[in-house]
Design a protein around this ligand. Structure first.
Ligand code: NAP
Length: 512
């Protein structure tokens, strides 16, 4: 069995005892274990702050960008090994694992490019120079520099590669050392990814640390200047926000939590638009077996089109082969763990009190692999009362489950979507420009991202669950209120804004 280690104070370290076991969700056999017991996390954070911080802050953005490019290449070189770990430890199909790993290397490369663009400087200008009085020499300029602490990057189980990479790309480029803390259940891929970076000897000492396994007393050692970037369930997010050391020391926290993402099909959509809607809905239900924070949970369809959608989407789901991800024909593997399957089944039962199953078998997973493995087959539900608040709008079933919500008019579609109380992403498929404008105006305040697909881009449209580094990832309300990525804006979390007041000529000279 693989024994996973943490990388702290520049050395690989195993915790005491057995720790937690990690399993192959297809066979239910243990494949690895990870313990953090007895590790000195206070010392690890201090090392990152005191050794890694100054070393990174001494580099320019271009130099930090260069580090990210080399990290991306080192991880890409291990792609096949990482894909195999994704299969063994998370039940990923090859496609699912590539989505995670290529997302990681792609995001690192994107921020490498931004570093090159920001160039030979350590200080970012933030906005325009402001003249403060009638005397044009008296000016002010906001700047941004790296926060002086360590960025603690806590991630969910579903993206063990991309989850850490997207956060560390932004933090390292900003000039902050990072300590990654992947979810224990699927931490093997993160450990292997960090091993690839460490072995390539790219980063200055203290710039990158990894805690593989339980968080232990990690948060107790946080202090001002540190940042916690958390992705996971809303409850864990709330626990972290309320942690005494975080509250007492003014630690900056960003929370990316769960979200009841929606898709809206507009009446009168062009055929190409309708096909793109079906493709996206199918991808969002089946990719990573529905275990994506951006997956579509609610499908809003004009009432008169519901039967067609059930038939067409059902036909696509019926053609999707589910089973052992080692089989090249399989398009959907098991859920990542026994706990995830139990939670998804419980959530589905809660939804069934408010919705009818219109496609699939809620018990269907049991037979997939002769009763072995944490399988769940796709289920489509139809809400009994789409405009009624409740589980359909606030219970995230983290699996291949989505609920159809028939609507009579645009006002109903807007009202139902808003019941998600703040989401990461909603997608709209339609060709009625007035309706699209109304939806943007009336839904943007409830969302981190809106994806509009009309006939002109239908064939090339990206699935709404795909997070691009150019654009914001995060959403208001129940989605956690966080914001990541969005290109240069992603550096804000890891930088301190400081207003510099002084002589115009001097500031121009210093900040050039
Ligand atoms: P989770 O149970 O909330 O765990 C998330 C992370 O928090 C894990 O690394 C976990 O470590 C750690 N953690 C738990 N308790 C902690 C504590 N007291 N102090 C510090 N860290 C702690 O979530 P999950 O089951 O891994 O992921 C599923 C959820 O994540 C879903 O709800 C999904 O929507 C959400 N998610 C959101 C996004 C987004 O960007 N908005 C992206 C992906 C997933 P252990 O594993 O060691 O317990």
């Amino acid at each position: 069995m693989q024994i996973l280690e943490s990388y702290l104070e520049g050395a690989w370290r195993a915790g005491d005892g057995d720790g937690a076991h990690l399993y192959d969700p297809t066979t239910e056999q243990p494949v690895a274990r990870a313990s953090t017991a007895g590790l000195d996390l206070g010392a690890a954070l201090a090392h990152a702050r005191e050794v890694g911080g100054p070393a990174l802050r001494a580099l320019t953005f271009a130099e930090r960008g260069d580090l990210l490019a080399r990290m991306s290449k080192a991880i890409h070189a291990e792609r096949e090994a990482l894909i195999e770990i994704g299969r063994v430890n998370a039940g990923n199909t090859r496609g699912d694992a590539k989505f995670d790993i290529d997302g990681a290397t792609g995001t690192l490369m994107f921020y490498a490019g931004l570093g090159k663009q920001l160039g030979d400087r350590r200080v970012l200008r933030d906005g325009e120079l402001a003249q403060l009085t009638r005397n044009n020499r008296l000016v002010g300029q906001h700047i941004r520099v790296a926060r002086p602490g360590v960025a603690v990057l806590i991630n969910a189980f579903n993206f063990p590669a991309w989850g850490l990479a997207e956060k560390m790309a932004q933090a390292l480029l900003a000039g902050m050392p990072v300590l990654g803390k992947p979810a224990t259940a699927t931490a093997w891929m993160t450990e292997a990814m960090v091993r690839a970076v460490v072995a390539a000897d790219i980063l200055p000492a203290g710039a990158l640390s990894l805690l593989t396994g339980s968080a232990g007393d990690l948060l107790d050692h946080l202090t001002w200047g540190d940042v916690v970037a958390f992705t996971g369930g809303a409850e864990t997010g709330a626990t972290i926000r309320k942690h005494p050391a975080i509250l007492a020391n003014g630690v900056t926290v960003n929370v990316e939590a769960d979200s009841l993402n929606a898709t809206i099909l507009l009446p009168g959509a062009d055929e190409a638009t309708y096909d793109a809607f079906l493709r996206a809905a199918h991808t969002e239900i089946t990719q990573k077996s529905g275990q994506k924070c951006t997956a579509t949970r609610r499908i809003l369809v004009p009432a008169e089109m519901v039967e067609d959608v059930i038939e067409d989407l059902g036909a696509m789901l019926a053609r999707t082969k589910i089973g052992d991800p080692a089989d090249a024909d399989v398009r959907m593997g098991p859920l990542a763990s026994a706990a995830q399957l139990a939670s998804a089944r419980e959530g589905l039962a809660a939804l069934q009190a408010h919705a009818d199953v219109v496609w699939g078998d809620p018990e269907g997973g049991a037979a997939v692999n002769d009763g072995v493995g944490h399988f769940m087959t796709p289920v489509l539900l139809r809400a009994k009362a789409p405009l009624e608040p409740g589980p359909i709008h606030d219970r995230e079933v983290f699996g291949p489950v989505s609920t159809l919500l028939p609507y009579a008019d645009l006002d109903e579609a807007i009202a139902a979507t808003r019941l998600g109380q703040g989401s990461l992403v909603t997608s709209v498929f339609g060709d009625d420009r007035d309706a699209l404008r109304a939806l943007i105006e009336q839904l943007a305040g409830w969302h981190g991202r809106l994806v509009i697909t009309d006939a002109k881009i239908a064939e090339k449209a990206l699935s709404p669950g795909l997070v691009m580094p150019h654009l914001q990832h995060g959403g208001p309300g129940r989605a956690g209120g966080g914001a990541e990525l969005a290109g240069e804006a992603g550096l804000a979390l890891y930088t301190q804004r400081c207003a510099i007041q002084g002589n115009a000529g001097l500031l121009d000279h210093i900040l050039a």
